[in-house]
Each structure stands twice: as structure tokens, then as C-alpha cells.
Write a protein that binds this ligand. Structure first.
Ligand SMILES: [Zn+2]
Length: 309
């Protein structure tokens, strides 16, 4: 269904004065997962009403914003637009301080998810990619006796992270020079959908991980997002360049050299978490053709069939 943005929400978003259409954007010509170039435009605007188009790859079903803002434009977005925009959408203040209560609960849940696998394994170091205010990394460091490093592009959030005794880096994992350092645990929490290059980042993470290390990563499952809203537009937003599904994420992990030890649907039914360890990459891993055609059929159905009562 094409949903209508309520007038009060539309007004709050307009009042921010963020001109998305004026931001520099690049057209993506090849799929980041499978490398082919037959892309299908599946939607014309996002949940905020911005003219953000998303493409789906006809071969593997990867969904992503296309065209997509440049890294510099995303840098400016995270430095002062992102949290106010999400606040305007929800109609309540969401900032580096208010998100901490929600992050504490999330941190507790995710630590219990990984605990049986990573406790008493002699792990010493941890890198949290896109670690925001450090609530999650701080909790993991304390629970598992790890020395934690956090990298995030948002300066205000990194500033908060200092209070947890973490080493902090303001920047992007794709660009930062770690100088050969490796980590026993890498966290990519509520972040993979925000990356500009998922394949490149996972390849980098594989190099940053010690041979006996672990990766925790979670996705917003795109199918869950559009099915719960019964709207593809409402499931897309300029803050997420990528819209992963269980099929596409599993393929990404296998191609990048990660074996999934455990997966879990979060209590919100929206996020799916994966705990992985390094293994041999399977470069040809892709979702099968039947699941890709099911995805396209389901998107068309949600876009055109009435919302179920
Ligand atoms: Zn593809």
C-alpha cells in the first residue's frame, strides 16, 4: 500500500529544513552482493517523504537505496541531521542521551545471546563498529572482561562513549587505518544497514578478526519491515542505504568467510541477530532463484493488495 504521511509528522520533518534532493548522490550500477547489474527500481520515496528510490537486484534480491548519498553527504547527515530527523518522525526527542535506556536493554539481550559461545574463551579485545554512545560496548566489556574499542562517525555519540572507558575513534571502519591490529570480538550492532559498502566492510572485518574470534552482527529484516507496515515506502529510510533479508545477509556472511553459529529473531520481531566465526569464504554463495522471485512477488503484493484486516 502507498501510505499517507500524517500532516503533523510531515510538518515536523519539513521544519528541519533538510533538503535531501539537493544532496550529492551517486547512481549504483552494480549489486554490492553479487556484482551483477540488472537492477529493478522498487520504490520512489521513503518513510519521511524524501524522494529516495530503492533498487532490488534481479539476481540475488539485495535491496538498497539507488541513487545513494555520497560518503561526504552521509558524514554531514550523521553530524546533526540523523537524530533530529528520527525525533521528528517519532514526535519525541531522540538523541545521544535519550537512546541510552533503549541501548542498555538491547545490550543486555545481545550479551545473553552470545554468552554461551564467548564466555571463558580467553577473549581479550573487542571492536564495536558503529558503536554509537558506547552503551553496548561498555556492557560487553564489563560482562566478558574485554578491552573495548569503538568506532563511529557521529562525534556527539563518540563523546558520550568516553564515559565507558572505551578507546574511541571518530570515523568509518572502511577508511580507518588499524595498522595490523586484530580483535577477538567484533560487534556490528544495528549498523550494517547504515554502511555504504557491506561487502567491503565484512571483508575488512574478516581481516580485523583473530583466527579464533567472533563476529556479532544484526540486521533489520526488510521483509519483516514491509510486512508489518504493509508498505515498502514505510520500510525504507534515507538513514539505511541497505535493506537486508535473512537470505541476503546469510549470503554476505558466507561469501565474506563467516560461518553462522547461531541466529535469533529479536523480541521486536524486526531484527535478526547472527553470531559467527571465521571460516573459508564461499565466493559463489547467493540466495536461490526461487527465494529471489518470491521476494519480488511479495513486494508487488504488499504494494498493491489491500492491507489485511
Ligand atoms: Zn545481486
Amino acid at each position: 500500500m502507498q501510505t499517507i504521511i500524517p500532516p503533523d509528522r510531515r510538518q515536523r520533518i519539513q521544519d528541519l529544513g533538510y533538503d535531501y534532493a539537493a544532496q550529492p548522490r551517486d547512481l549504483v550500477m552494480t549489486c554490492n552482493l553479487c556484482g551483477t547489474n540488472v537492477l529493478v527500481t522498487i520504490t520512489q520515496r521513503d518513510r519521511y517523504g524524501y524522494p529516495a528510490q530503492a533498487s532490488a537486484c534481479s539476481r540475488c534480491g539485495l535491496v538498497f537505496l539507488n541513487p545513494r548519498m555520497t560518503a561526504a553527504a552521509y558524514g554531514r547527515f550523521y553530524d546533526g541531521v540523523y537524530r533530529p530527523l528520527v525525533s521528528a518522525f517519532h514526535g519525541r526527542l531522540i538523541d545521544a542521551r535519550t537512546i541510552q535506556a533503549e541501548q542498555r536493554e538491547y545490550a543486555h539481550d545481545r550479551a545473553e545471546f552470545v554468552r554461551p559461545f564467548i564466555s571463558r574463551r580467553g577473549l581479550a579485545t573487542m571492536l564495536d563498529i558503529g558503536g554509537s554512545t558506547g552503551v553496548v560496548a561498555g556492557h560487553f566489556a564489563k560482562q566478558f572482561g574485554l578491552s573495548g574499542t569503538l568506532i563511529d562517525p557521529a562525534p556527539l555519540e563518540v563523546q558520550e562513549a568516553h564515559t565507558f572507558g572505551l578507546e574511541t575513534i571518530t570515523g568509518l571502519v572502511e577508511e580507518h587505518d588499524f595498522g595490523g591490529r586484530q580483535f577477538d570480538l567484533v560487534l556490528i550492532c544495528q549498523t550494517v544497514d547504515h554502511l555504504l559498502d557491506v561487502a567491503g566492510t565484512l571483508k575488512r572485518v574478516r581481516e580485523l578478526l583473530t583466527p579464533n574470534g567472533y563476529l556479532f552482527v544484526d540486521i533489520v529484516d526488510f521483509r519483516a519491515a514491509y510486512l508489518r507496515n504493509w508498505s515498502v515506502e514505510d520500510a525504507t529510510k534515507i538513514d539505511h542505504p541497505y535493506y537486508l533479508t535473512q537470505d541476503t545477509m546469510t549470503s554476505y556472511l558466507r561469501r565474506s568467510g563467516f560461518e553462522t553459529m547461531r541466529a535469533a529473531y529479536a523480541a521486536d520481531h524486526l531484527h535478526v541477530s547472527y553470531l559467527c566465526r571465521p571460516t573459508q569464504p564461499v565466493p559463489q554463495a547467493l540466495p536461490d532463484a526461487a527465494s529471489v522471485s518470491h521476494l519480488f512477488r511479495e513486494i508487488r503484493f504488499v504494494q498493491n493488495a489491500p492491507r489485511p484486516a
